[in-house]
Design a protein around this ligand. Structure first.
Ligand SMILES: Nc1ncnc2c1ncn2[C@@H]1O[C@H](COP(=O)(O)OP(=O)(O)OP(=O)(O)O)[C@@H](O)[C@H]1O
Length: 297
């Protein structure tokens, strides 16, 4: 993975270390069920922040509140100091991109076309230009394709550009989701279980990819059940349990917090049973999630 992605808005901001995302007092109720309870979360430029917690803790619901899919029952979500409109395309336009727990690619489109779709919030050419297909349209289209190919090179998919998305192996489909999200030129990328169903090699590669994305000046907020992945990667980790933020801190603080151990990890992470390669295994919760997803593949 040698290619770099020239980033448009963010490197200077990353150096400045300002606040990108600020969620304040977010509550999400579905009828009588409160899925997210008064959660505050901040993500700063240059950070990788993890969001963990047991199944049903409210992690994806919280992501949906951040990205305009849900309108929070209470609370506000701001990006770069401006309250976000509760419309996914406007949130993307503002600078937040995401991937989904269940892969959502256009299966019968090529890999390149999937990334080009991700660029639509950043292209200025309107319908008229597209119909007339004048010089402006062709220039914009060429620039979009070049950028999409850069992103495919960055994610290691350049040689698959003309393949149909549905023919990619599972791990590469997840990479393609990330490439498509990056195509909207985000300042903040939200990843919902990016390693679900991956083998250990694919998971390590995803870890490297997330570091490379951060090194390009894009902050990352990631939900994941693989604790080794989270604790290796994240500058900060927030733990949700039954919709509430139980603890937030560095990986070291979180993995040793007795409340987190009791509510989620089950045992101190470092003391977890070793995998075949000698590294500590993920939690029981993690193991069941991963095997279920592998069965779905
Ligand atoms: N659209 C919805 N309508 C009603 N209840 C919902 C809806 N979406 C989520 N929930 C409920 O909200 C709670 C939190 O679910 P959510 O999917 O956010 O948890 P999660 O932490 O992401 O879980 P997992 O780790 O299994 O993905 C669950 O009880 C879930 O059933």
């Amino acid at each position: 993975m040698t290619t770099t992605i020239p980033q448009q808005p963010t490197p200077a901001d990353a150096a400045a270390g300002g606040t990108l995302l600020q969620a304040r007092g977010v509550i999400m109720r579905f009828g009588g069920l409160t899925a997210v309870r008064n959660v505050d979360l901040t993500v700063n430029s240059g950070e990788i922040v993890g969001l963990i917690g047991p199944n049903g803790a409210g992690k994806t619901t919280f992501f949906n509140c951040l990205t305009g899919l849900y309108v929070p029952t209470e609370g506000t979500v701001s990006y770069r100091g401006t309250v976000l409109p509760p419309k996914p395309h406007l949130v993307t336009k503002a600078g937040i991109a995401r991937t989904f727990q269940n892969i959502r690619l256009f299966a019968n489109m090529t890999v390149l076309e999937n990334v080009l779709v991700g660029r639509h919030t950043r292209t200025r050419e309107g319908l008229f230009s597209a119909i007339v297909r004048g010089p402006g349209f062709h220039k914009a289209e060429r620039a979009s394709r070049e950028r999409a190919m850069e992103l495919l090179a960055f994610t290691g998919l350049a040689d698959k550009a003309e393949h149909l998305a549905r023919n990619l192996p599972y791990g590469e489909q997840r990479k393609l989701e990330i490439a498509r999200a990056l195509a909207s030129e985000p300042g903040l990328l939200l990843l919902d279980e990016p390693t679900a169903g991956m083998n250990p090699q694919e998971t390590r590669a995803t870890e490297e990819l997330v570091f490379a994305i951060r090194d390009q000046g894009i902050a990352v907020l990631v939900i994941e059940h693989d604790m080794r992945f989270i604790f290796n990667l994240c500058d900060r980790v927030a733990v949700l349990v039954q919709g509430e933020k139980l603890v937030e801190g560095t990986s070291e603080v979180v993995q040793n917090d007795e409340r987190v151990i009791a509510a989620y990890l089950g045992e101190p992470f470092e003391g977890a049973p070793a995998d075949e390669d000698g590294t500590p295994a993920a939690t029981a919760d993690d193991a069941s999630t991963t095997s279920e997803q592998e069965n779905d593949r």
